[in-house]
Unconditional design. Structure first.
Length: 147
């Protein structure tokens, strides 16, 4: 998996491949730099595997932009378990970053640092116990899902 884009809303950060498919979702840190510890919502979990299809932008003809824009929500499409096409709408983007080819290591490092801070915070809040719950995703990393 090559991460090509990082899209950040107030609550969630989406790592997307070059085709616009969401590969993972993590909680966005608070603006003051403190870690954001929150449980992935059902809607956030549905974003993994969904593809970017547009951005809600009232200034565009038809109200939808072809590219993500700061201040506008993204639209992600996916096919549900009953083969129905569904659309998810994110919160407004507060940051969007495209990575050059080969910058995957930089994003991986940023994600690892965030997860390390979150794990430390969770452990200190739980008295050092390594309790696995809904904050732990399929691969055992807090707040991160795999497709």
């Amino acid at each position: 998996m090559r991460i090509a884009f990082r899209a950040e809303t107030e609550n969630w950060t989406f790592a997307m491949d070059r085709d616009g498919y969401c590969q993972s979702v993590v909680a966005t840190p608070a603006r003051d730099g403190s870690p954001a510890v929150r449980t992935l919502t059902r809607e956030a979990q549905k974003a993994v595997g969904a593809q970017f299809i547009g951005a809600v932008d009232p200034q565009e003809k038809g109200g939808v932009a072809a590219e993500p824009r700061i201040g506008t929500p993204m639209l992600l499409g996916y096919v549900d378990s009953q083969s129905r096409i569904r659309v998810l709408r994110t919160g407004p983007l507060r940051a969007f970053e495209a990575f050059d080819e080969g910058c995957e290591e930089q994003l991986d490092k940023q994600v690892d640092e965030l997860l390390s801070v979150l794990e430390s915070t969770i452990e200190s809040e739980e008295g050092g116990e390594d309790e696995r719950d809904s904050r732990t995703a399929m691969h055992g990393s807090p707040l991160m899902l795999a497709p």
